[in-house]
Design a protein around this ligand. Structure first.
Ligand code: NDP
Length: 419
């Protein structure tokens, strides 16, 4: 029996809400609060008749901390699930601390205004000190460790698929299969086709910023940064087939590098078709991926936000997308003195997801773990004071929940490795 406040009502939130409604023994009450209340009302309406979960809605600008504290104090949730955007992470964490509730999210903090001089000074120092230049990193949220610890509250960071499930796979591999892990390759394959010439599977601004940035991986505890899309491999993904994939920077590498210092190399690869890459390169070359405002006919616009207006809304891709995703981790290491390799992965079918909850597999593979992370916290299975990523808890109850709630995993003890 618990009450969850869900912030944001986009693609990922819609699935997390659907899953909370399926899991009404745990989530007896939810409040969906977002910037546009009409979206919350529409989603609430969709599930109300078929769930025992009591659903209410509210309008909130999550950047307005006093208003959010008031909403939390009025609703009195057991935890807040942040499935808005990474820009809101710190404001929502501040509100949770002030109101005394647990915090859960699916992506680490990133500033909306990357030209803010105060932020930029800290960012440039970090680029120099650590050697990776992504706009997002964990330092901002790890800085809340002491405050959450003192308040006796849990902040669970990044409980989507990647990050989220991928990091739980690492904890699970370490607990059950390895004495030491030497290498981790995280592979994210989307074999789906939505029929559009160009569209992103989740928030275009976040997605395009991520994939157009330099790639990086961790080797012997140090970051190695490479130009965007400059390391390419082919992999034959079970149930999907042969795909091109490219090395990207990805947030879980940072947390895994800190929490599993024995691992000698951690890389992340994502599949992209040639047409996607051609479109992206062209948009970048003409400045459409820029986050810096420009004047257009006397009106200030941010190019990437304008692009978002032009692109298909990821939430509308569901009925058009066919094919499967395959996301997982390939490990090498040692067990009882012998060399060992392992692949743990999930295969998710876009059309099946749409049939079940009305969303494609990208939102599904993120929304299900968001609900599971919230369940771990409110049930007390994952509850310790402080700020943690998903690799820092017992993986077993989470892995069990993945099987139960729609993301079953497969273990292959003889996978092909990525060179
Ligand atoms: P969407 O853009 O579809 O939805 C974002 C939602 O947040 C919208 O409802 C939006 O409201 C709301 N929102 C934005 N700003 C505010 C604000 N200031 N106050 C309140 N609500 C606000 O994004 P997605 O659903 O695709 O992504 C949600 C999160 O999931 C993101 O953080 C993303 O990075 C993360 N993610 C994580 C993945 C993982 O595997 N870990 C994979 C994919 C996504 P409005 O409708 O008014 O715009």
């Amino acid at each position: 029996m618990s009450r969850l406040l869900i912030i944001g009502c986009g693609g990922v939130a819609s699935v997390a809400i659907a899953k909370c409604c399926q899991n009404s023994d745990v989530f007896t009450e939810i409040c969906i609060a977002s910037r546009t209340k009409a979206k919350c009302d529409a989603v609430a309406e969709k599930w109300r008749a078929s769930t025992k979960t009591q659903i209410t809605t509210a309008e909130i600008d999550a950047m307005d901390v006093p208003a959010l504290v008031k909403l939390i104090n009025d609703y009195k949730p057991d935890a807040v699930l942040n499935v808005a955007l990474p820009y809101q992470d710190l404001a929502i964490m501040d509100a949770c601390l002030e109101a005394g509730v647990h915090y859960i999210d699916t992506a680490n903090y990133e500033p909306e205004d990357t030209d803010d001089p105060e932020w930029r000074a800290i960012y440039e120092k970090r680029c120099k000190d650590l050697g990776f230049s992504a706009y997002f990193d964990y330092s901002w949220q790890w800085a809340y460790q002491e405050r959450f610890e003192k308040a006796g509250l849990t902040a669970l960071l990044g409980t989507g698929f990647d990050p989220g499930v991928t990091s739980v796979y690492v904890a699970y591999a370490k607990k059950h299969y390895f004495d030491t892990i030497d290498t981790i390759d995280i592979l994210d394959c989307n074999g789906g086709d939505h029929g559009y010439k160009f569209a992103t599977n989740f928030n275009p601004e976040i997605n395009l910023r991520e994939v157009s940035a330099p790639g990086s991986y961790m080797e012997n505890g140090k970051w190695v940064e490479i130009p965007a899309m400059s390391i390419k491999r082919e992999y034959d993904f079970p149930q999907v087939g042969m795909k091109d994939m490219y090395l990207l920077h990805h947030e879980e590498i940072e947390a895994l590098g800190r929490n599993f210092p024995e691992v000698k190399r951690i890389r992340f690869f994502m599949t992209f078709g040639q047409s996607y890459l051609d479109h992206m390169r062209c948009l970048e070359d003409v400045g459409m991926l820029s986050t810096t405002p420009v004047m257009h006919n006397g009106v200030e616009i941010v190019p990437i936000q304008f692009l978002k207006t032009l692109l298909p809304d990821p939430a509308t891709l569901g009925p058009r997308t066919k094919g499967k995703t395959n996301i997982g981790c390939i490990f090498t290491g040692k067990k009882d003195g012998k060399e060992k390799k392992l692949f743990i992965y999930n295969v998710c079918d876009h059309e099946e997801c749409y049939k079940e909850v009305g969303s494609q597999a990208i939102s599904y593979t993120t929304g299900v773990p968001a609900m599971i992370g919230a369940m771990m916290v409110v049930q007390g299975l994952w509850k310790k004071p402080g700020v943690f990523t998903t690799d820092e808890f017992d993986p077993d109850p989470y892995m069990e929940a993945l099987n139960k709630w729609g993301l079953p995993w497969i273990v292959d003890e003889n996978p092909v490795l990525v060179d």
